[in-house]
Design a protein around this ligand. Structure first.
Ligand code: LHQ
Length: 254
């Protein structure tokens, strides 16, 4: 259900329930969480690329998973939240390649990418209100940060289906490419990140995510602490050495 494949230093994760538009079930979430732990533990993995199999990225929660029984959504969301915490604290940079529709929690997952690329035919819909629900999986946290409060209100209340180009204009994705080039282009970005200073990437993500809740003094203090940490990495040493020797750096992710 979540296919794992190594391509050099990149761990390619593919949501793999194409017959259901990669809709999310407890099982898929469990597998995704486990794959993210594996990525963290494997020193050889220096970047993660998340995409979907078939014609969709993910249609969000599988609305048929529970049959007639009405589950306790608050409890069910713990499974989502565990994955979202893992994505937000992933110890490697995350590239997301949105190959088709991304709806509901599927869209939320896509937004957690540090770098987000979409196929020209991809689409984005928040979807939650259409079935009488509120945003989840971090959507209420990320969306206003990415697009501003006014746009977030519009996207969450009216749930329009955005094209890839519209998503690009709003800053939901960084680049749109022809569908047949998506994986190749996303892999190229992931490979580039896989050769970079891994700790600096991850600490940069942390600074950006924290920035909105911190005062200037607190942000400056956190920058100093995390710069201290980045400054102690071998990659920083190598970066400076390479600069002095006028050659490209060979970062090791340490
Ligand atoms: C689906 C789904 C789907 C099952 C399409 N499930 N079958 C919620 C609940 C509780 C706690 C946790 O958090 C959440 C978070 C959420 O994610 S809530 C939001 C759930 N997702 C949606 O409401 C999205 C519903 N789907 C759509 O809006 C569209 O299907 C999208 C935009 C994804 C794709 O549209 P199309 O390309 O036009 O495809 P389609 O609508 O024709 O769907 C194709 C098939 O896939 C169809 O089945 P059928 O048997 O008729 O061919 C759909 O029923 C099925 N499908 N989404 N989430």
């Amino acid at each position: 259900m979540v296919q794992k494949e190594r391509q050099g230093g990149v761990l390619l994760l593919t949501l793999n329930r194409p017959e259901r538009l990669n809709a999310l079930t407890g099982e898929v979430l469990e597998e995704l969480w486990a794959a993210l732990q594996e990525a963290n533990q494997d020193q050889e993995v220096r970047a993660v690329l998340l995409t979907g199999a078939g014609r969709a990225f993910s249609a969000g929660q599988d609305l048929t998973e529970f049959g007639e029984e009405k589950p306790d959504y608050e409890a069910h969301l713990r499974r989502y939240n565990r994955v979202v915490e893992a994505l937000s604290r992933l110890e490697k940079p995350l590239v997301v390649a949105v190959n088709g529709p991304a709806a509901g929690a599927g869209m939320s997952l896509a937004l957690w990418g540090d770098y987000r690329m979409a196929a020209d035919g991809a689409s984005f819909s928040t979807a939650f209100v259409r079935i009488g629900l509120v945003p989840d999986s971090g959507m209420s946290f990320l969306l206003p940060r990415l697009v501003g409060l006014a746009k977030a209100q519009e996207l969450l209340l009216l749930s329009p289906r955005l094209s890839a180009e519209e998503a690009l204009a709003l800053g939901l994705v960084h680049r749109v490419v022809p569908a047949e080039k998506l994986l190749e282009e996303a892999l190229a970005v992931a490979q580039e990140l896989a050769q970079g200073p891994t700790r600096a990437y991850v600490l940069t993500r942390r600074l950006l995510l924290e920035s909105h809740r911190l005062s200037l003094s607190e942000a400056l203090a956190l920058e100093a602490v995390l710069q201290g940490e980045a400054g102690r990495t071998l990659d920083h040493e190598e970066g400076v050495r390479a600069f002095r020797e006028k050659r490209p750096p060979r970062f090791q992710g340490r």
